[in-house]
Design a protein around this ligand. Structure first.
Ligand SMILES: [Zn+2]
Length: 324
């Protein structure tokens, strides 16, 4: 009897240690699992169905014209279905995100504009900075946290900011061609864009606001489908603060463009401001314990018919509602 009791205690202790180790190391374990699984192969071009407004630019990229001088450039054969946006003015053009490192985006840009193109990423994940080293002018948001890590004019993301190891990509560094202050306008010639700080998905995430057309290019901040708020640098508190601020600052008719394709949409992925109201209400309900999550990890919290917030566990070392 005593022997059975002893075995029970030892087994229990081992289980507690294993669960504790999983809890502490859940993020590196997830990243390792993704790395071992690898990315699925590219879909055959013939098998891809483009949206009505989308056309192939070559055998990899597709382009949708949002208006005469604004383009959504996507990678529909790649399972992450990345979208980058090109905004062209009378003097200059800006590429918002440079896409995955799989291919060279510059020949596509050359077909769309003859103006000099600068690039800025909405955040530092590998599928948004993949072509940065091909540009003469890489802009970065003027945030003290990023400036402090620039040496001799060069910025290199760290491994958890970049996350490219999950698909076998090395971390690139690039020369910073200019710092764009939060709230400042960049005049492309007859067309001005404003940089907004929109932390949540990552602490230094930004969005670019085109106020003349009422468009916000928001990277991975929100959208239809899954909102990734469980990654190493994500913060639920920052998500809520950003959402409340955007709701008070942006006009109600603003269209928000995401950087990954929606579940069933075959077009540049955009949502209206109602999605931000849903996100705000959902985050408040999560914070107050009024919204049940599903699944083990990350937990999925439904905020409307199409969209879940994927969040870390709450508790010590888990999802934080504090941020600075
Ligand atoms: Zn991202």
């Amino acid at each position: 009897m005593r022997r059975i009791l002893r075995i029970g205690i030892v087994t229990g202790a081992v289980l507690i240690v294993l669960v504790g180790a999983f809890y502490v190391f859940r993020t590196p374990l997830l990243l390792k699992a993704l790395e071992l699984a690898g990315a699925p192969p590219l879909e055959a071009q013939e098998a891809v169905v483009l949206g009505e407004e989308e056309t192939w630019a070559d055998d990899f990229y597709s382009v949708e014209r949002l208006d005469a001088q604004t383009f959504a450039i996507s990678e529909p054969r790649y399972f992450r279905d990345v979208y980058s946006y090109l905004v062209v003015g009378e003097e200059e053009a800006l590429l918002i995100d440079s896409g995955s490192p799989l291919r060279d985006i510059s020949p596509v840009l050359a077909k769309l504009t003859d103006k000099p193109v600068s690039v800025i990423a909405t955040h530092l994940h590998f599928d948004h900075v993949g072509n940065h080293t091909r540009f003469a002018k890489v802009l970065m948001p003027d945030l003290s946290s990023l400036r402090a890590r620039t040496y001799e004019g060069k910025f290199v993301p760290d491994a958890l900011e970049h996350l490219g190891r999950v698909e076998g990509y090395a971390i690139p560094g690039w020369d910073v061609g200019g710092w764009w202050a939060v709230g400042a306008e960049f005049d492309l010639g007859g067309r001005s864009l404003t940089l907004l700080s929109t932390p949540g998905h990552t602490p230094d995430s930004i969005s670019i606001w085109d106020k003349t057309t009422n468009r916000l290019f928001m990277g991975d901040y929100a959208g239809d489908g899954e909102i990734y708020a469980f990654l190493p640098n994500s913060s639920l508190g920052a998500y809520l603060e950003t959402t409340e601020r955007l709701l008070s600052d942006l006009p109600p008719q603003t269209l928000l463009f995401a950087a990954h394709g929606g579940a069933d949409t075959k077009a540049a992925p955009s949502v209206g401001m109602q999605n931000l109201f849903d996100l705000r209400d959902g985050l408040r309900a999560m914070r107050d314990g009024r919204l049940a999550g599903a699944g083990f990890w990350p937990r999925a919290y439904p905020i409307n018919r199409n969209t879940h917030v994927l969040a870390d566990w709450t508790g010590p070392g888990g999802s934080s509602w504090d941020f600075d």
